[in-house]
Design a binder for this molecule. Structure first.
Ligand SMILES: Cc1ncc(C[n+]2csc(CCOP(=O)(O)OP(=O)(O)O)c2C)c(N)n1
Ligand SMILES: [Mg+2]
Length: 570
């Protein structure tokens, strides 16, 4: 008996583990929509496809399962693009069903014709069209399997006449996903152990590949008396219950993490692909362990690179390491980190005249949020504050756009997290620029009845960019935002909404906001001049700030300079 191709596609998605499909329906997608409606997959209508892709990648990451998005032909499926880049860079298994005009019209510049294969080639691990109805099951299977196995986005282009076809579907192609345990061979492990055993001061540097390897990393750090630095993406996995932690390096990092990496003799990089080359040591021997062979030595020259899961590799390496007794190197950096934390904590306080610095708001949120809360943070100052001031505890997770670096990721990613984890508290830290970019999807939150808690960090500007401009010695250019009362807008859309401008009222407002049973938006006027300070004072930004200050004063804006100095240094 024949079967409708739309049904075959949806059945295959379901068998591959898809629980939600995010998108906007339309013409070429209608038959697939009908099949989805009959299936166990839940359709989540979004207002902008980009938001759907952000949601899907967040769900795919937190639930570790394939998640779908689907769009109509032309602009419908094109709109996903930025979220698809985010998904693919985050190694989130996502499948995009990009419906297409009928095959007979392809290649003649038909209305809404877009060559999705060209468009999505650079942001996917699989991108192909179902060319004939007969290959529908096999191609959908291989799309799902590739997304899951290679961890990224599969784009499946489906012409409308193909979804409407009926074919014999008797060949049992099915999705197979295997999760092998990978570790380097014994000779490589011996070589690594030799380098580490002979080096005086060793630092461990963990990236997102350290998920699930907390115990093994601590065991290695214990034997080598090594401090543990980490990337932002590894904060969730390495900061908690870790007496050897020295925090992050990089622009969001701290001086202990930064200097330890530069001062060590051997650096053991574990599942870390940190992109900024200036933060790598030049004199140390670098050993890199990564599950992706293409990552080895691609940021900085290394002494030895091996392919493996961090957990399995360290388990096998441990017996080869010689236990040390001298922990003075580690102790020095752990102490430096503790002092940094203490001084940072002391700096984070109510601003002048009861104003609210973004850092202070973040600490208050961290104090009152649930122990197992899931956080999202918009690119911009919210992400910087989240990584510096949300306390990790092994249960909490932070999702920010660290690899793609896109604005507006926060609120829609929260949608995916809440769909995946209905019982957990989901908190979004949004920028005023970020939230406005995909504002329409606040309505998705209401329509889906998702109890997401959104804090809008309203500094009246594209703050992070303004900081960059000042560091380059520029006056702020095109960064001002004329904002509405976000709480009023939220209420008009059906969320709970409240505005806070006074630090005195912040604590109570945050508690009230987090206690709301439904979706709630807290609009907070934060200090507009707060700077994100790097872990060291570089010469260029310092000169840049001086130049900015001189120019601002010459343009009669001495008040702005005073405000900046007062918010950050006094
Ligand atoms: C889609 C996109 N457009 C532009 C940028 C450049 N950019 C990075 S951060 C930022 C400012 C974000 O402003 P806001 O959301 O208000 O956060 P703030 O830094 O002010 O707290 C901009 C414009 C980007 N990263 N992504
Ligand atoms: Mg802003």
């Amino acid at each position: 008996m024949g079967k409708l191709v739309a049904d075959i596609i949806v059945e295959t998605l379901q068998s591959a583990g898809v629980k939600h499909c995010y998108g906007v329906v339309g013409d070429t997608l209608n038959l697939i929509a009908r099949s989805l409606e009959k299936s166990e997959i839940e359709w989540v209508s979004v207002r902008h496809e980009e938001a759907g892709a952000f949601a899907a990648q967040a769900e795919a990451q937190v639930a570790d399962r394939l998640t779908a998005v689907a769009g109509s032909c032309g602009p419908g499926s094109l709109h996903f693009i930025n979220g698809i880049f985010e998904a693919n860079r985050n190694r989130a298994p996502v499948i995009l069903i990009a419906s297409q005009i009928i095959r007979d019209e392809l290649g003649f510049d038909f209305i809404q014709e877009v060559d999705f294969k060209q468009v999505y080639r650079d942001c996917s691990v699989f991108c192909d069209m179902i060319h004939t109805p007969e290959q529908a099951r096999r191609k959908t299977v291989i799309a799902c399997q590739t997304a899951l196995a290679k961890r990224g986005v599969a784009v499946l282009i489906v012409p409308a006449d193909i979804s409407a076809s009926v074919v014999d579907d008797s060949i049992p192609y099915a999705v197979h996903v295997s999760r092998p345990v990978t570790r380097p061979n014994d000779a490589d492990l011996t070589e690594i152990a030799d380098i580490l055993n002979k080096s005086e001061n060793v630092v461990l540097y963990g990236g997102s590949g350290c998920q699930g390897a907390h115990q093994e990393i601590l065991a290695v750090a214990n034997k080598l008396k090594a401090p543990i630095a980490h990337t932002s993406r590894a904060k969730d996995f390495l900061e908690f219950d870790n007496p050897y932690n020295i925090g992050m390096t990089g622009m969001l990092g701290n001086e202990a993490g930064y200097h330890a990496l530069l001062d060590c003799d051997a650096l053991l990089m574990l599942g870390a692909d940190f992109a900024w080359r200036q933060f790598y040591p030049d004199k140390a021997k670098i050993i890199q362990v990564d599950i992706d062979p293409t990552h080895l030595g691609r940021r900085h020259p290394i002494a030895k690179g091996v392919v493996g899961d961090v957990k399995a590799t360290l388990e096998a390496l441990l017996p080869k390491l010689v236990e040390r007794s001298d922990a003075s190197f580690r102790a020095a950096y752990v102490k430096r980190y503790a002092e940094y934390r203490e001084s940072e904590r002391a700096k984070v306080a109510v601003g002048h005249e009861g104003s609210i610095p973004g850092t202070y708001l973040t600490q208050v949120i961290s104090r009152h949020a649930a122990e197992d809360a899931l956080f999202t943070a918009d690119d911009g100052t919210p992400a910087a504050w989240a990584y510096r001031h949300i306390d990790a505890n092994g249960q909490r997770r932070i999702f920010a756009s660290l690899l793609h670096g896109t604005m507006a990721n926060g609120m829609p990613s929260a949608i995916g997290l809440q769909k995946a984890e209905p019982g957990r508290q989901v908190v979004c830290m949004a920028g005023d620029g970020g939230i406005s970019m995909l504002f329409g999807d606040l309505m998705t939150i209401v329509q889906q009845e998702l109890p997401i808690k959104i804090a809008v960090y309203d500094n009246g500007k594209l703050g992070f960019v303004e900081i960059e401009q000042k560091a380059e010695g520029m006056l702020d250019t095109f960064t001002k935002l004329k904002n509405p009362n976000f709480a009023g807008v939220a209420r008009a859309l059906g969320l709970w909404g409240q505005t806070v401008s006074d630090a005195d009222q912040l604590e109570a407002a945050v508690k009230d906001w987090l206690a709301q049973p439904g979706p709630a938006l807290l609009h907070v006027h934060v200090n507009p001049m707060q700077l994100v300070m790097p872990p060291f004072m570089q010469v260029e930004p310092t000169i840049g700030m001086a130049l900015y200050s001189t120019r601002a004063i010459l343009h009669g804006r001495g008040g702005d300079v005073w405000e900046m100095v007062r918010e950050n240094f006094l």
